[in-house]
Design a protein around this ligand. Sequence first.
Ligand code: FAD
Length: 465
Amino acid sequence: MKHVVIVGNGMAGHRVATRVHAARPEWDVTVVGAEPHAAYNRVLLTNLLAGRPDAERLTLPWPDGLPAPLTGHRATAIDRAARSVVLADGRELRWDRLVLATGANPVLPPVKGLVSDDGHLHPDAVAFRTLDDCRRIADLASRRRRAIVLGGGLLGLEAARGLAARGLEVHVVHAMGHLMERQLDPGAGAALAGALAELGVTCWTGAQAARVLGGGRMRGLVLADGRHVPGDFLVVSCGARPDTQLAAAAGLTTARGVVVDDHLRTSAPDVYAVGDCAEHRGVAHGLVEPAWEQARIAAEALTDGDPGPGYTGSAPLTRLKAEGLDLAAMGDVEAEEAHPDAEVLHFSHSGRHVYQRIVVRGERVVGAVLLGDAAPAGPLSRLYLTGARIPLDRRLLLFPGLAAGAQDTEPSDAVVCRCAHVTAEAIRRSRSEGARDTADVARRTHATTGCGGCRSAVERLLTEG
Ligand SMILES: Cc1cc2nc3c(=O)[nH]c(=O)nc-3n(C[C@H](O)[C@H](O)[C@H](O)COP(=O)(O)OP(=O)(O)OC[C@H]3O[C@@H](n4cnc5c(N)ncnc54)[C@H](O)[C@@H]3O)c2cc1C
Protein backbone atom coordinates (compact mmCIF):
# COMPACT_ATOMS: atom_id res chain seq x y z
CA MET A 1 0.00 0.00 0.00
CA LYS A 2 1.21 3.48 -0.83
CA HIS A 3 0.46 6.87 0.73
CA VAL A 4 -0.55 9.57 -1.74
CA VAL A 5 -0.82 13.15 -0.54
CA ILE A 6 -2.55 15.70 -2.76
CA VAL A 7 -2.08 19.37 -1.89
CA GLY A 8 -5.04 21.37 -3.18
CA ASN A 9 -8.69 20.33 -3.04
CA GLY A 10 -9.67 22.18 -6.21
CA MET A 11 -10.85 20.87 -9.57
CA ALA A 12 -7.56 19.14 -10.44
CA GLY A 13 -6.76 17.79 -6.95
CA HIS A 14 -10.28 16.37 -6.62
CA ARG A 15 -9.98 14.65 -9.99
CA VAL A 16 -6.58 13.10 -9.17
CA ALA A 17 -7.93 11.81 -5.84
CA THR A 18 -11.01 10.32 -7.54
CA ARG A 19 -8.94 8.59 -10.21
CA VAL A 20 -6.27 7.28 -7.83
CA HIS A 21 -8.97 5.91 -5.51
CA ALA A 22 -10.72 4.20 -8.44
CA ALA A 23 -7.48 2.62 -9.66
CA ARG A 24 -6.07 1.69 -6.24
CA PRO A 25 -8.85 1.60 -3.64
CA GLU A 26 -6.48 0.02 -1.13
CA TRP A 27 -4.04 2.96 -1.23
CA ASP A 28 -4.14 5.67 1.39
CA VAL A 29 -5.05 8.99 -0.24
CA THR A 30 -5.04 12.26 1.72
CA VAL A 31 -6.22 15.53 0.17
CA VAL A 32 -5.32 18.79 1.89
CA GLY A 33 -7.30 21.90 0.96
CA ALA A 34 -6.75 25.43 2.21
CA GLU A 35 -10.33 26.46 1.45
CA PRO A 36 -12.85 25.54 4.15
CA HIS A 37 -15.28 23.94 1.65
CA ALA A 38 -15.73 20.57 -0.01
CA ALA A 39 -14.22 20.52 -3.52
CA TYR A 40 -16.42 22.56 -5.84
CA ASN A 41 -16.76 23.46 -9.50
CA ARG A 42 -14.93 26.78 -9.74
CA VAL A 43 -16.01 27.25 -13.37
CA LEU A 44 -19.62 27.72 -12.26
CA LEU A 45 -18.83 30.61 -9.89
CA THR A 46 -19.69 33.19 -12.53
CA ASN A 47 -23.10 31.53 -12.94
CA LEU A 48 -23.56 31.70 -9.19
CA LEU A 49 -22.69 35.40 -9.32
CA ALA A 50 -25.35 35.86 -11.98
CA GLY A 51 -27.82 34.26 -9.55
CA ARG A 52 -28.07 30.92 -11.38
CA PRO A 53 -27.22 27.58 -9.74
CA ASP A 54 -27.20 27.33 -5.97
CA ALA A 55 -24.04 26.46 -4.10
CA GLU A 56 -25.20 22.85 -3.62
CA ARG A 57 -24.79 22.14 -7.32
CA LEU A 58 -21.25 23.46 -7.23
CA THR A 59 -20.04 20.70 -4.93
CA LEU A 60 -18.08 17.98 -6.72
CA PRO A 61 -19.14 14.43 -5.78
CA TRP A 62 -16.76 12.76 -3.32
CA PRO A 63 -16.23 9.04 -3.97
CA ASP A 64 -17.45 6.52 -1.37
CA GLY A 65 -14.61 5.02 0.59
CA LEU A 66 -12.18 7.89 0.00
CA PRO A 67 -11.34 9.56 3.34
CA ALA A 68 -12.78 13.07 3.61
CA PRO A 69 -10.30 15.79 2.61
CA LEU A 70 -8.60 17.90 5.26
CA THR A 71 -10.39 21.14 4.41
CA GLY A 72 -9.34 24.47 5.88
CA HIS A 73 -5.76 23.20 6.21
CA ARG A 74 -2.86 24.77 4.39
CA ALA A 75 0.32 22.88 3.56
CA THR A 76 3.25 25.12 4.48
CA ALA A 77 6.29 23.06 3.49
CA ILE A 78 7.48 19.96 1.70
CA ASP A 79 10.25 17.98 3.34
CA ARG A 80 11.74 16.05 0.44
CA ALA A 81 14.26 14.13 2.53
CA ALA A 82 11.61 12.93 5.01
CA ARG A 83 9.01 12.58 2.21
CA SER A 84 6.45 14.54 4.15
CA VAL A 85 4.24 17.60 3.86
CA VAL A 86 3.98 19.95 6.81
CA LEU A 87 0.62 21.60 7.57
CA ALA A 88 0.08 25.00 9.16
CA ASP A 89 -1.00 23.32 12.42
CA GLY A 90 2.33 21.46 12.58
CA ARG A 91 0.98 18.09 11.47
CA GLU A 92 3.18 16.09 9.11
CA LEU A 93 1.78 13.84 6.38
CA ARG A 94 4.07 11.13 5.01
CA TRP A 95 3.90 10.38 1.30
CA ASP A 96 5.21 7.90 -1.21
CA ARG A 97 3.73 9.99 -4.04
CA LEU A 98 2.97 13.69 -3.74
CA VAL A 99 0.72 15.71 -6.07
CA LEU A 100 0.74 19.49 -6.12
CA ALA A 101 -2.59 20.91 -7.29
CA THR A 102 -2.35 24.33 -5.71
CA GLY A 103 -4.03 26.26 -8.54
CA ALA A 104 -3.35 29.93 -9.13
CA ASN A 105 -3.65 33.24 -7.31
CA PRO A 106 -5.25 36.38 -8.71
CA VAL A 107 -2.89 39.04 -10.02
CA LEU A 108 -3.27 42.42 -8.31
CA PRO A 109 -2.33 45.29 -10.61
CA PRO A 110 -0.34 48.25 -9.22
CA VAL A 111 -3.28 50.58 -8.55
CA LYS A 112 -2.71 53.11 -5.77
CA GLY A 113 -4.98 52.46 -2.81
CA LEU A 114 -5.93 48.93 -3.92
CA VAL A 115 -3.62 47.25 -1.41
CA SER A 116 -2.78 48.91 1.91
CA ASP A 117 0.77 49.18 3.27
CA ASP A 118 0.10 46.19 5.52
CA GLY A 119 -0.94 44.10 2.51
CA HIS A 120 -4.74 44.21 2.84
CA LEU A 121 -7.01 44.64 -0.15
CA HIS A 122 -9.28 47.70 -0.06
CA PRO A 123 -12.44 46.70 1.88
CA ASP A 124 -14.60 47.43 -1.18
CA ALA A 125 -12.46 45.36 -3.55
CA VAL A 126 -12.52 41.61 -4.17
CA ALA A 127 -10.05 39.62 -6.28
CA PHE A 128 -12.32 36.97 -7.84
CA ARG A 129 -11.10 33.38 -7.47
CA THR A 130 -12.92 31.44 -4.77
CA LEU A 131 -16.43 30.65 -3.55
CA ASP A 132 -15.87 33.00 -0.62
CA ASP A 133 -14.85 35.78 -3.06
CA CYS A 134 -18.02 35.10 -5.02
CA ARG A 135 -20.18 35.35 -1.90
CA ARG A 136 -18.47 38.59 -0.93
CA ILE A 137 -19.08 40.10 -4.36
CA ALA A 138 -22.74 39.01 -4.18
CA ASP A 139 -23.01 40.64 -0.76
CA LEU A 140 -21.51 43.93 -2.03
CA ALA A 141 -23.81 43.76 -5.05
CA SER A 142 -26.84 43.49 -2.78
CA ARG A 143 -25.87 46.67 -0.91
CA ARG A 144 -24.32 48.87 -3.63
CA ARG A 145 -25.47 50.26 -6.94
CA ARG A 146 -22.41 50.58 -9.18
CA ALA A 147 -19.70 47.98 -9.82
CA ILE A 148 -16.36 48.26 -11.56
CA VAL A 149 -14.70 45.17 -12.96
CA LEU A 150 -10.99 45.62 -13.46
CA GLY A 151 -9.95 43.39 -16.36
CA GLY A 152 -11.82 42.69 -19.60
CA GLY A 153 -10.78 39.07 -20.04
CA LEU A 154 -13.14 36.10 -20.12
CA LEU A 155 -13.67 35.90 -16.38
CA GLY A 156 -14.02 39.66 -15.89
CA LEU A 157 -16.66 39.87 -18.61
CA GLU A 158 -18.62 36.93 -17.22
CA ALA A 159 -18.54 38.61 -13.81
CA ALA A 160 -19.62 41.94 -15.34
CA ARG A 161 -22.53 40.30 -17.15
CA GLY A 162 -23.57 38.55 -13.93
CA LEU A 163 -23.55 41.83 -11.99
CA ALA A 164 -25.51 43.61 -14.73
CA ALA A 165 -28.09 40.80 -14.57
CA ARG A 166 -28.51 41.70 -10.90
CA GLY A 167 -29.48 45.20 -12.00
CA LEU A 168 -26.23 47.01 -11.19
CA GLU A 169 -24.59 49.71 -13.25
CA VAL A 170 -21.37 48.01 -14.38
CA HIS A 171 -18.15 49.41 -15.79
CA VAL A 172 -15.34 47.25 -17.15
CA VAL A 173 -11.90 48.87 -17.11
CA HIS A 174 -9.45 47.14 -19.43
CA ALA A 175 -5.85 48.21 -20.00
CA MET A 176 -5.49 46.76 -23.49
CA GLY A 177 -6.87 48.24 -26.70
CA HIS A 178 -9.75 45.76 -26.99
CA LEU A 179 -11.57 43.21 -24.83
CA MET A 180 -10.27 39.63 -24.50
CA GLU A 181 -7.25 40.54 -26.59
CA ARG A 182 -5.73 37.08 -26.09
CA GLN A 183 -8.68 35.40 -27.85
CA LEU A 184 -10.24 38.09 -30.08
CA ASP A 185 -9.17 40.35 -32.91
CA PRO A 186 -9.91 44.10 -32.47
CA GLY A 187 -13.12 43.88 -34.56
CA ALA A 188 -14.54 41.11 -32.39
CA GLY A 189 -13.49 43.00 -29.27
CA ALA A 190 -15.38 46.10 -30.44
CA ALA A 191 -18.46 44.05 -31.39
CA LEU A 192 -18.39 42.40 -27.97
CA ALA A 193 -18.19 45.80 -26.25
CA GLY A 194 -21.28 46.82 -28.28
CA ALA A 195 -23.18 43.71 -27.21
CA LEU A 196 -22.21 44.30 -23.57
CA ALA A 197 -23.35 47.94 -23.74
CA GLU A 198 -26.84 46.71 -24.63
CA LEU A 199 -26.77 44.48 -21.58
CA GLY A 200 -25.88 47.38 -19.28
CA VAL A 201 -22.10 47.04 -19.17
CA THR A 202 -19.92 50.02 -20.17
CA CYS A 203 -16.43 49.04 -21.35
CA TRP A 204 -13.44 51.36 -20.99
CA THR A 205 -10.63 49.97 -23.16
CA GLY A 206 -7.05 51.24 -23.33
CA ALA A 207 -7.77 52.42 -19.79
CA GLN A 208 -4.99 52.23 -17.18
CA ALA A 209 -6.37 52.29 -13.65
CA ALA A 210 -4.11 54.56 -11.60
CA ARG A 211 -5.75 54.88 -8.19
CA VAL A 212 -8.80 54.11 -6.12
CA LEU A 213 -11.10 57.05 -5.55
CA GLY A 214 -12.40 57.43 -2.00
CA GLY A 215 -10.81 56.41 1.27
CA GLY A 216 -12.62 53.88 3.48
CA ARG A 217 -15.57 53.78 1.09
CA MET A 218 -14.84 53.42 -2.62
CA ARG A 219 -16.25 55.95 -5.08
CA GLY A 220 -14.54 54.77 -8.23
CA LEU A 221 -11.25 54.62 -10.06
CA VAL A 222 -9.05 57.36 -11.46
CA LEU A 223 -7.44 56.40 -14.77
CA ALA A 224 -3.88 57.33 -15.77
CA ASP A 225 -5.26 59.90 -18.25
CA GLY A 226 -7.24 61.58 -15.45
CA ARG A 227 -10.70 60.27 -16.32
CA HIS A 228 -12.90 59.03 -13.49
CA VAL A 229 -14.85 55.74 -13.60
CA PRO A 230 -17.70 55.72 -11.08
CA GLY A 231 -18.17 52.67 -8.85
CA ASP A 232 -19.02 51.66 -5.28
CA PHE A 233 -16.99 48.46 -5.32
CA LEU A 234 -14.37 46.76 -7.42
CA VAL A 235 -14.00 43.23 -8.73
CA VAL A 236 -10.40 42.54 -9.70
CA SER A 237 -10.03 40.10 -12.57
CA CYS A 238 -6.59 40.72 -14.02
CA GLY A 239 -5.50 37.14 -14.57
CA ALA A 240 -4.05 34.54 -12.27
CA ARG A 241 -0.51 33.45 -11.53
CA PRO A 242 0.28 29.76 -10.87
CA ASP A 243 0.78 29.12 -7.16
CA THR A 244 4.36 27.79 -7.06
CA GLN A 245 5.17 28.80 -3.48
CA LEU A 246 5.44 25.34 -1.90
CA ALA A 247 7.25 23.87 -4.88
CA ALA A 248 9.78 26.69 -5.15
CA ALA A 249 10.54 26.62 -1.42
CA ALA A 250 11.19 22.87 -1.70
CA GLY A 251 13.69 23.45 -4.51
CA LEU A 252 11.55 22.07 -7.36
CA THR A 253 12.09 23.59 -10.78
CA THR A 254 9.62 26.41 -11.34
CA ALA A 255 9.26 29.01 -14.07
CA ARG A 256 5.85 30.62 -14.51
CA GLY A 257 4.42 27.42 -12.98
CA VAL A 258 5.79 24.22 -11.49
CA VAL A 259 7.66 22.70 -14.42
CA VAL A 260 6.39 19.22 -15.40
CA ASP A 261 7.11 16.66 -18.12
CA ASP A 262 4.54 14.87 -20.30
CA HIS A 263 3.63 12.59 -17.37
CA LEU A 264 3.20 15.56 -15.03
CA ARG A 265 6.36 14.68 -13.09
CA THR A 266 8.18 17.58 -11.49
CA SER A 267 11.95 17.79 -11.10
CA ALA A 268 11.70 15.85 -7.79
CA PRO A 269 11.18 12.06 -7.79
CA ASP A 270 7.61 10.95 -7.04
CA VAL A 271 6.33 14.55 -6.97
CA TYR A 272 3.73 15.50 -9.59
CA ALA A 273 2.00 18.79 -10.39
CA VAL A 274 -1.30 19.27 -12.23
CA GLY A 275 -3.77 21.98 -13.15
CA ASP A 276 -3.34 25.72 -12.93
CA CYS A 277 -0.12 25.48 -10.88
CA ALA A 278 1.68 23.40 -13.51
CA GLU A 279 3.72 24.55 -16.48
CA HIS A 280 4.01 22.08 -19.32
CA ARG A 281 6.24 22.78 -22.34
CA GLY A 282 6.36 26.43 -21.34
CA VAL A 283 2.57 26.80 -21.03
CA ALA A 284 0.51 27.31 -17.86
CA HIS A 285 -3.06 26.86 -19.09
CA GLY A 286 -5.46 28.14 -16.44
CA LEU A 287 -8.41 26.19 -17.88
CA VAL A 288 -10.34 23.18 -16.65
CA GLU A 289 -9.97 20.93 -19.69
CA PRO A 290 -6.15 20.79 -19.45
CA ALA A 291 -6.42 20.51 -15.65
CA TRP A 292 -8.68 17.43 -15.88
CA GLU A 293 -6.65 15.86 -18.68
CA GLN A 294 -3.45 16.36 -16.66
CA ALA A 295 -5.18 14.92 -13.57
CA ARG A 296 -6.15 11.81 -15.52
CA ILE A 297 -2.63 11.24 -16.84
CA ALA A 298 -0.93 11.97 -13.50
CA ALA A 299 -3.27 9.52 -11.73
CA GLU A 300 -2.37 6.83 -14.28
CA ALA A 301 1.33 7.57 -13.98
CA LEU A 302 1.51 7.63 -10.20
CA THR A 303 -0.55 4.45 -9.75
CA ASP A 304 1.78 2.68 -12.20
CA GLY A 305 -1.08 2.45 -14.72
CA ASP A 306 -0.85 3.26 -18.41
CA PRO A 307 -0.51 7.01 -18.93
CA GLY A 308 -0.27 6.46 -22.69
CA PRO A 309 1.80 8.95 -24.63
CA GLY A 310 1.25 11.44 -21.82
CA TYR A 311 0.01 15.00 -21.97
CA THR A 312 0.88 16.78 -25.19
CA GLY A 313 -0.87 20.12 -24.60
CA SER A 314 -4.32 21.56 -25.19
CA ALA A 315 -5.67 23.62 -28.07
CA PRO A 316 -6.90 27.09 -27.09
CA LEU A 317 -10.71 27.02 -27.30
CA THR A 318 -12.85 29.47 -25.39
CA ARG A 319 -16.57 29.87 -24.78
CA LEU A 320 -18.06 32.76 -22.86
CA LYS A 321 -20.72 31.57 -20.39
CA ALA A 322 -22.91 34.63 -19.99
CA GLU A 323 -26.60 35.03 -20.67
CA GLY A 324 -27.31 37.01 -23.84
CA LEU A 325 -23.71 36.70 -25.07
CA ASP A 326 -22.91 33.92 -27.45
CA LEU A 327 -19.16 33.85 -28.03
CA ALA A 328 -16.77 31.11 -29.08
CA ALA A 329 -13.12 31.61 -30.00
CA MET A 330 -10.39 29.19 -30.98
CA GLY A 331 -6.81 29.24 -32.17
CA ASP A 332 -5.05 32.23 -33.70
CA VAL A 333 -7.70 34.64 -34.94
CA GLU A 334 -5.11 36.99 -36.42
CA ALA A 335 -2.91 34.36 -38.09
CA GLU A 336 -2.98 36.26 -41.39
CA GLU A 337 -0.71 38.92 -39.88
CA ALA A 338 2.18 36.48 -39.64
CA HIS A 339 1.13 34.31 -42.58
CA PRO A 340 0.22 36.19 -45.77
CA ASP A 341 -1.03 32.93 -47.33
CA ALA A 342 -3.83 32.73 -44.74
CA GLU A 343 -7.42 33.33 -45.92
CA VAL A 344 -9.93 35.23 -43.82
CA LEU A 345 -13.67 34.56 -44.01
CA HIS A 346 -15.70 37.28 -42.43
CA PHE A 347 -19.35 38.01 -41.82
CA SER A 348 -20.72 40.71 -39.59
CA HIS A 349 -24.05 42.33 -38.86
CA SER A 350 -23.28 45.20 -36.55
CA GLY A 351 -26.90 46.04 -35.72
CA ARG A 352 -27.30 42.58 -34.20
CA HIS A 353 -23.76 42.34 -32.77
CA VAL A 354 -22.98 39.41 -34.98
CA TYR A 355 -19.29 39.07 -35.84
CA GLN A 356 -17.77 35.96 -37.34
CA ARG A 357 -14.21 35.59 -38.48
CA ILE A 358 -12.53 32.41 -39.57
CA VAL A 359 -8.89 32.14 -40.51
CA VAL A 360 -7.90 29.33 -42.84
CA ARG A 361 -4.42 28.27 -43.81
CA GLY A 362 -3.49 25.37 -46.07
CA GLU A 363 -7.17 24.30 -46.26
CA ARG A 364 -7.35 24.06 -42.47
CA VAL A 365 -9.02 26.20 -39.81
CA VAL A 366 -6.31 27.82 -37.69
CA GLY A 367 -8.46 30.31 -35.80
CA ALA A 368 -12.02 31.53 -35.46
CA VAL A 369 -14.18 33.89 -33.49
CA LEU A 370 -17.96 33.64 -33.52
CA LEU A 371 -19.93 36.31 -31.71
CA GLY A 372 -23.70 36.63 -31.68
CA ASP A 373 -24.26 33.34 -33.43
CA ALA A 374 -22.03 30.55 -32.23
CA ALA A 375 -24.04 27.91 -34.13
CA PRO A 376 -21.08 27.05 -36.41
CA ALA A 377 -18.85 26.59 -33.34
CA GLY A 378 -19.42 22.81 -33.12
CA PRO A 379 -18.41 21.89 -36.68
CA LEU A 380 -15.67 24.54 -36.72
CA SER A 381 -14.05 23.40 -33.49
CA ARG A 382 -14.06 19.84 -34.83
CA LEU A 383 -12.25 20.99 -37.97
CA TYR A 384 -9.88 23.06 -35.87
CA LEU A 385 -9.09 20.31 -33.34
CA THR A 386 -8.72 17.48 -35.84
CA GLY A 387 -6.95 19.55 -38.49
CA ALA A 388 -9.33 18.11 -41.10
CA ARG A 389 -9.61 19.76 -44.55
CA ILE A 390 -12.34 22.34 -44.86
CA PRO A 391 -15.14 22.06 -47.48
CA LEU A 392 -14.46 23.48 -50.92
CA ASP A 393 -17.41 25.84 -50.50
CA ARG A 394 -16.10 28.21 -47.82
CA ARG A 395 -19.57 29.59 -47.07
CA LEU A 396 -20.40 26.33 -45.34
CA LEU A 397 -17.93 27.22 -42.57
CA LEU A 398 -19.86 30.36 -41.67
CA PHE A 399 -23.31 28.96 -42.46
CA PRO A 400 -23.26 25.17 -41.99
CA GLY A 401 -27.06 25.13 -42.39
CA LEU A 402 -26.61 25.88 -46.12
CA ALA A 403 -25.20 22.42 -46.78
CA ALA A 404 -27.50 20.17 -48.78
CA GLY A 405 -29.10 17.70 -46.38
CA ALA A 406 -27.59 19.53 -43.41
CA GLN A 407 -28.73 17.95 -40.19
CA ASP A 408 -28.02 18.31 -36.54
CA THR A 409 -26.53 14.89 -35.85
CA GLU A 410 -23.08 15.10 -34.32
CA PRO A 411 -20.38 13.00 -36.00
CA SER A 412 -19.04 10.40 -33.59
CA ASP A 413 -15.66 12.10 -33.16
CA ALA A 414 -17.24 15.48 -32.29
CA VAL A 415 -16.11 16.63 -28.84
CA VAL A 416 -19.45 17.44 -27.20
CA CYS A 417 -18.19 18.19 -23.69
CA ARG A 418 -15.07 20.22 -24.06
CA CYS A 419 -14.25 20.48 -20.31
CA ALA A 420 -14.12 16.70 -19.81
CA HIS A 421 -13.25 15.92 -23.44
CA VAL A 422 -16.22 13.60 -24.14
CA THR A 423 -17.15 12.71 -27.72
CA ALA A 424 -20.59 12.14 -29.22
CA GLU A 425 -19.64 8.49 -29.62
CA ALA A 426 -18.96 8.14 -25.86
CA ILE A 427 -22.37 9.67 -25.07
CA ARG A 428 -24.16 7.41 -27.55
CA ARG A 429 -22.33 4.44 -26.00
CA SER A 430 -23.46 5.40 -22.50
CA ARG A 431 -27.01 5.69 -23.83
CA SER A 432 -26.84 2.20 -25.31
CA GLU A 433 -25.46 1.01 -21.96
CA GLY A 434 -28.52 2.34 -20.17
CA ALA A 435 -27.95 6.06 -19.50
CA ARG A 436 -31.34 7.80 -19.57
CA ASP A 437 -30.60 11.38 -18.52
CA THR A 438 -27.71 13.83 -18.22
CA ALA A 439 -27.01 12.71 -14.63
CA ASP A 440 -26.52 9.13 -15.86
CA VAL A 441 -24.25 10.34 -18.64
CA ALA A 442 -22.29 12.51 -16.17
CA ARG A 443 -21.71 9.52 -13.89
CA ARG A 444 -20.37 7.46 -16.78
CA THR A 445 -18.41 10.02 -18.79
CA HIS A 446 -18.11 13.25 -16.73
CA ALA A 447 -19.84 15.12 -19.60
CA THR A 448 -21.75 18.23 -18.36
CA THR A 449 -19.75 18.35 -15.09
CA GLY A 450 -17.56 21.31 -16.09
CA CYS A 451 -19.07 24.56 -17.38
CA GLY A 452 -22.32 22.73 -18.25
CA GLY A 453 -22.50 24.41 -21.68
CA CYS A 454 -22.91 21.01 -23.40
CA ARG A 455 -26.05 19.99 -21.46
CA SER A 456 -28.48 20.61 -24.33
CA ALA A 457 -26.22 18.80 -26.82
CA VAL A 458 -26.07 15.80 -24.47
CA GLU A 459 -29.87 15.86 -24.08
CA ARG A 460 -30.19 15.93 -27.89
CA LEU A 461 -27.92 12.91 -28.23
CA LEU A 462 -29.96 11.03 -25.63
CA THR A 463 -33.15 11.53 -27.59
CA GLU A 464 -31.90 11.31 -31.19
CA GLY A 465 -33.56 8.65 -33.28
C1 FAD B 1 -14.70 32.42 -11.59
C2 FAD B 1 -13.94 31.49 -12.48
C3 FAD B 1 -14.52 31.02 -13.67
C4 FAD B 1 -13.83 30.15 -14.49
N1 FAD B 1 -14.41 29.73 -15.65
C5 FAD B 1 -13.76 28.86 -16.44
C6 FAD B 1 -14.35 28.37 -17.65
O1 FAD B 1 -15.45 28.75 -18.04
N2 FAD B 1 -13.67 27.46 -18.38
C7 FAD B 1 -12.44 26.99 -17.98
O2 FAD B 1 -11.87 26.14 -18.66
N3 FAD B 1 -11.85 27.45 -16.86
C8 FAD B 1 -12.47 28.37 -16.08
N4 FAD B 1 -11.87 28.81 -14.93
C9 FAD B 1 -10.56 28.27 -14.56
C10 FAD B 1 -10.72 26.93 -13.82
O3 FAD B 1 -11.55 27.12 -12.70
C11 FAD B 1 -9.36 26.41 -13.39
O4 FAD B 1 -8.62 26.10 -14.54
C12 FAD B 1 -9.47 25.16 -12.51
O5 FAD B 1 -10.17 25.44 -11.33
C13 FAD B 1 -8.06 24.65 -12.17
O6 FAD B 1 -8.13 23.67 -11.16
P1 FAD B 1 -6.94 23.56 -10.10
O7 FAD B 1 -7.33 22.44 -9.19
O8 FAD B 1 -5.64 23.52 -10.77
O9 FAD B 1 -6.98 24.93 -9.28
P2 FAD B 1 -8.09 25.42 -8.27
O10 FAD B 1 -9.43 24.97 -8.68
O11 FAD B 1 -7.84 26.87 -8.10
O12 FAD B 1 -7.75 24.69 -6.89
C14 FAD B 1 -6.55 24.90 -6.19
C15 FAD B 1 -6.84 24.67 -4.72
O13 FAD B 1 -5.62 24.49 -4.03
C16 FAD B 1 -5.71 25.15 -2.78
N5 FAD B 1 -4.35 25.39 -2.26
C17 FAD B 1 -3.42 26.23 -2.76
N6 FAD B 1 -2.30 26.18 -2.01
C18 FAD B 1 -2.54 25.30 -1.01
C19 FAD B 1 -1.76 24.83 0.08
N7 FAD B 1 -0.52 25.25 0.30
N8 FAD B 1 -2.34 23.95 0.93
C20 FAD B 1 -3.60 23.50 0.73
N9 FAD B 1 -4.38 23.91 -0.32
C21 FAD B 1 -3.85 24.79 -1.18
C22 FAD B 1 -6.48 26.41 -3.11
O14 FAD B 1 -7.03 26.97 -1.93
C23 FAD B 1 -7.54 25.86 -4.06
O15 FAD B 1 -8.67 25.43 -3.36
C24 FAD B 1 -12.52 29.72 -14.11
C25 FAD B 1 -11.93 30.20 -12.94
C26 FAD B 1 -12.62 31.09 -12.12
C27 FAD B 1 -11.96 31.61 -10.86
